[in-house]
Ligand binder design. Structure first.
Ligand code: COA
Length: 422
């Protein structure tokens, strides 16, 4: 069954090996793409993608990890119910949450590091799910605590609103609205877990109905763009990465990878932040569709981080940045803390699945702070915009090649089967 795809992979790797030895490195940027196409034909193989997720078709460790994550959701919900009933104190609740959230980060990390059957892509997927769950449950904890803190004020305002006659539209709106602790249900929790947001609310804005035309357009985009991403990666990016394995070719490979890497990143952005998130939102009748803003017009690095990934930015503001400001931390310290946490998660999502700790992603995120200062201080208008785009076009492929190169040196050089495949 699996023989055919593997034969195709081996043929492709042989072709790429040929390419590595014969490709004239003087070819600039995108011409590598046409060089590969003309010389070796189509290298795209969708079946090969399956092998990135699974080593053994009968073992699905990443999927099992994702299923196990439900345990942490139940613990959070159970803790909140106990807190709402007053069965446990705030202190005990906090301790349970600290334990639960720590395990959410450590458990998948240990599994990915210890289990040889999990592939880097499968590991990254599982860790991504756990990281999203960590951020969601942190938000769930905060919002429910805020609700408990405001219970008295709410009770007073509720008794006032019930004491005066309300119009039918207001009362019908009241009926569909949930108030604490009525939100502590399994249905509400799972709606939040699947909703395309990291910030919990008792009453999310909802759309009236599911628009089938819109839903199908987003689904079509998702399917088409995923194929395009796989195709471009296999046809254009993989040969460049392979050529970077040869000594003294890292710099020329980095130059060649700027265009394909950026194109792939742009397509990924559209596919994830527009097509996929809108698809899920439409399916769940989730009303808040602000997943990104006009980051492409950024004239400062700060503007870019405020606008490119709105769910993460909103979470950072609401649950980390503003609480730090409120307890008296300065603006610079709070910003540095947010970027430090973000750098930690970027490194966690890359280093653990690759089973090597190099800190390139961490340093890339932390470098945003001095870069933001430099761009804001010395560059204005179009120059600032050009600096943002250049940092995206140049920064990412260098980090990608650093990881791939180090992964090869660490894991593949001594393994004759892998180095032969490369
Ligand atoms: C760090 C970060 C949160 C800063 O955001 P910012 O918008 O530049 O922060 P600002 O200082 O402009 O202030 C934001 C908010 O805090 C408020 N604020 C600022 N200083 C304040 C103070 N001293 N006290 C209280 N509130 C304050 C502002 O009024 C503003 O409120 P608003 O959102 O209601 O308008 C943002 O850069 C960020 O999200 N970075 C990380 C992004 C990231 O890692 N993304 C990963 C994507 S893969």
């Amino acid at each position: 069954m699996l023989g055919e795809p593997y034969a195709v992979i081996m043929l492709h790797t042989a072709a790429c090996r040929q390419y590595v030895y014969s490709c004239p490195q003087k070819l600039p940027f995108g011409k590598h793409f046409w060089f590969v196409c003309r010389r070796y034909g189509i290298l795209v193989d969708p079946i090969q993608v399956v092998s990135l997720f699974l080593k053994d078709p009968y073992s699905w460790p990443a999927a099992c990890l994702v299923i196990v994550s439900n345990v942490f959701i139940f613990v959070a919900l159970y803790t909140e119910r106990k807190l709402a009933m007053g069965s446990i104190s705030e202190k005990v609740g906090l301790l349970i949450y600290i334990f639960n959230l720590t395990v959410i980060l450590c458990f998948p990390m240990v599994v990915v590091l210890k289990l040889p059957s999990i592939t880097p892509v499968g590991g990254a997927f599982a860790l991504g799910v756990y990281t999203i769950l960590f951020l969601k449950l942190y938000s769930y904890k905060d919002v429910n605590r805020w609700c408990r803190e405001r219970t008295q004020v709410k009770a007073r305002s509720l008794s006032r609103s019930l004491s005066c006659p309300s119009s039918p539209s207001v009362s019908s709106r009241m009926q569909s609205h949930v108030s604490y602790p009525g939100n502590l249900s399994l249905r509400d929790m799972y709606y939040f877990v699947f909703a395309p947001t990291l910030c919990y609310e008792l009453n999310f804005p909802r759309s009236e109905s599911i628009r089938m035309g819109f839903l199908l357009r987003r689904l079509f985009e998702m399917l088409l763009l995923t194929q395009l991403l796989v195709g471009l990666t296999q046809q254009w990016m993989v040969p460049i990465i392979r050529s970077s394995m040869k000594p003294l070719q890292v710099c020329s490979s980095a130059l060649s990878s700027f265009v394909p890497n950026h194109l792939i990143w742009l397509i990924f952005f559209y596919c994830f932040f527009h097509s996929s998130m809108n698809f899920v939102a439409e399916l769940l009748r989730f009303g808040d569709r602000e997943f990104y803003r006009d980051w492409w017009n950024s004239e400062t690095i700060t503007y870019f981080w405020q606008n490119w990934n709105i769910p993460v930015h909103k979470w950072c503001l609401r649950h980390f940045y503003k609480p730090l400001l409120r307890i008296g931390a300065g603006k610079l310290l709070s910003q540095s803390a947010v970027f430090f946490a973000s750098a930690f998660f970027h490194e966690y999502l890359v280093s653990v699945p690759l089973r090597m700790f190099r800190l390139w992603a961490f340093m890339g995120m932390m470098a945003q702070l001095p870069l933001a200062w430099f761009v804001a201080r010395f560059l204005r208008g179009n120059y600032g915009n050009a600096a943002v785009w250049l940092s995206l076009i140049i920064g990412q492929p260098i980090a990608v090649l650093m990881y791939v190169h180090d992964y090869y040196v660490t894991h593949c050089q001594d393994d004759p089967t892998i180095s032969e495949a490369l």
